[in-house]
Design a protein around this ligand. Sequence first.
Ligand code: AMP
Length: 566
Amino acid sequence: MKYSELCKVYEELGGTTKRLEKIAILSEFLKKINEKDKDVLYLLLGSLYPAYDAREIGISTQTVIKALAKATGINDEKIVGEWKKIGDLGKVAELLIAGKKQSGLFHGELTTEKIISDLRELAKMQGKGTVGKKIDLIAGLLSNSKPIEAKYLVRILLADLRIGVQDSTLRDSISEVFFHDDKKSASEIIQHAYDLNPDMALIFEKARKGLKELGKVTLKAGAPIRAMLAQKVDTIEEGFEKVGKPAAFEFKYDGFRLMINKDEKGNISLFTRRLENVTKQFPDVVSFVKEFVNAKSFMIDSEVVGYDPKTKKYLPFQSISQRIKRKYDLEKMAKDFPVEVNVFDLLMLDGESYISKPFIERTKTLRKIIKNKEYKLVCAKQLITNDEKKAQEFFNQALKLNQEGLMIKNLNAVYKPGSRVGYMLKLKPEHRDLDLVIIGAEYGTGKRAGWLSSFILACKSDKHGEGEFLEIGRVGTGIKEKLDIGVSFLELTNLLKPLIIKSSGKEVKVKPKIIVSVIFQEIQKSPTYSSGYALRFPRVTALRIDKPLSEIASLKDIEREYKRQK
Ligand code: AMP
């Protein structure tokens, strides 16, 4: 397929904020996609692979600027100047290439196959010494691009498409194309299939063949599903009201979520809740799984917690978070920062999907295949009861053992991937903590000169696109000046610098990507910030590299907290 056709659709999609119009545009486009071109579905989501595939394009703005300079002959500084003025490197590329084309640069016709295969090639180039190759490859594509093609190429490279298309938009468009007469129920079937295998190109091809084929889609070890999310409650009583009696209470461990997969051949793979593959980073967990889970193939949901190797005391998430991104010394890391796996749900066993079975059956079966081994792999501590007092005692016990609180689970509920449906609740003693995203920062002075040292935090609104993130305050405390365990200014500065989209004086605006956990004393109403609220005495406690942007606190969460504290 011609890449220019895809760009035309990107442009149309970016030109409207109305969901129904987007669906109409997408439906027309999907009709033109034949089986050979199915990977274009990934490009519509700004990606090259299914969501669970860890390979990322991951190109820095610096590399893109260098490639643009090479393709156009315009120097870096001038490009950076334009970028600062316009705030969108894609648009800059469009303008520069347009200028170039007038002076008669040759271009052939780019196809989506060529774009996909070149970008996949790019994703493979890793490590030192590959920067030059990356620049050459991108410059080559840019030189062959029409202005609008260059714009979207740059946006794809920077993972910033700005067309407002979500998984759900594509789902409804697929339904419109193939099941026009009963699109509502078809949308549900498509969603269910996508829940089981979050690969949009595969789902598109199944949908083409009909509902029966979609019905055959099933869980596959190695193709993990999105994790089910929890709703907050304030008391045990409220918990019982939401999930009914009796309910299962489990310790809420303060670690990170891990999806554990084993396929029929015995290959074990581990994924975070962002569906990032972290198998290499956790050789210790792989060996625990081999030893203490007794089944041929499975998909298990769990929370991994760190502990002090000497005192055996459990540690907060931040103490092990560095293991998630680590690329070297992995065995040593496993020794220095040991973890215990707490398993709590079973999604697939020996090829059979369990997600539509009630929780009570899932947890019972799970407990049969696990051999508990403390400080290695254990089932989450659980109490099934209809007695409020007993549940309260269990809660106290969890807190005494330094756990965060309890999870409360509906015994009859199915597992709903990726949603916060209220089948699973979380109860903590105080909810004075939020996961927020950094959208801006300010350079420090004196001892902190050269570092970004004050950070603008935002929650999400319920809108998509413009105004999606709302400011809720600034934070500079909780971050360390020296590099030890914890979050340091240097680390945050290095993470944020490639994400800068605008700068004026000491202030910078950054792409919303870096998520932090923040504790605070109180939420106040405030006209200063666009959310209408401000945090009093916020302090950063952890960098949440394991969480996706979709899971940060929403304006509704903030409003709820505000009301609660009153
Ligand atoms: P939160 O991250 O605050 O939304 O809390 C929900 C998270 O608690 C889940 O996503 C898990 O990572 C974690 N968790 C810890 N223990 C459990 C458990 N026993 N059952 C389910 N989730 C748990």
